[in-house]
Design a protein around this ligand. Sequence first.
Ligand SMILES: [Zn+2]
Length: 162
Amino acid sequence: MGGLLCLCGNGMSDISYPSENIAEIYTREDFEKAASKQMELVDLSDSNQEYWYCQICQRLTVIDRKSGKYKCSYSRKTLPGTIMFENVKDWQELFYWGDKEFFDAIEDTEHVTVGEFLELHPPRYLVRISPDRTIAHIFKPCDKEYLFSYVLDPKPDFKEEG
Ligand SMILES: [Zn+2]
C-alpha cells in the first residue's frame, strides 16, 4: 500500500522489498493448513489483513487489506509480575517472522514450500494470543521464559481526511 503513519508519528514504507516495516503473522492452524497443501511460501499471504511493524516504538498495526484502513494496533509492553507459559498455553498460537526472512528464504530456495520454510526457520518467539485478542504474550521457545507482551491499543480518534 506504499506508506503508513504509525500512531507514534513514524512514517513507515513498504516500497522497498523486503520491507523492515512488514511483519508476517499467521496462526499455527493457518500455517499448517498451507503446509499440508504443499503451498509455496511465495503464494502465502493473509488475504484479510496485513501487519506493519514500527522500528521506533515497536508497535504492530493491523491494516484491513481490502480497504487499506487501520483495524487496530498493539503496543509492546513488558508486564510486571510473573506471566507463566503454563497459564496461557491453551490460547491460540501465532507464528511471527519479518518480511526479510520470507524474502531471503524464497531467494535462497526456488519454490520453497511453507512446510520447508517452517523447518528451516522455526519462529524465534513462542506466541500466545488471548481469546478476545486484546493481549499476546511472547516467550522464549527454548525454556518458555516470559519476554514481553503486545497489548491492544485503545481505538484512536482519527480525524476524517478531507
Ligand atoms: Zn511507532
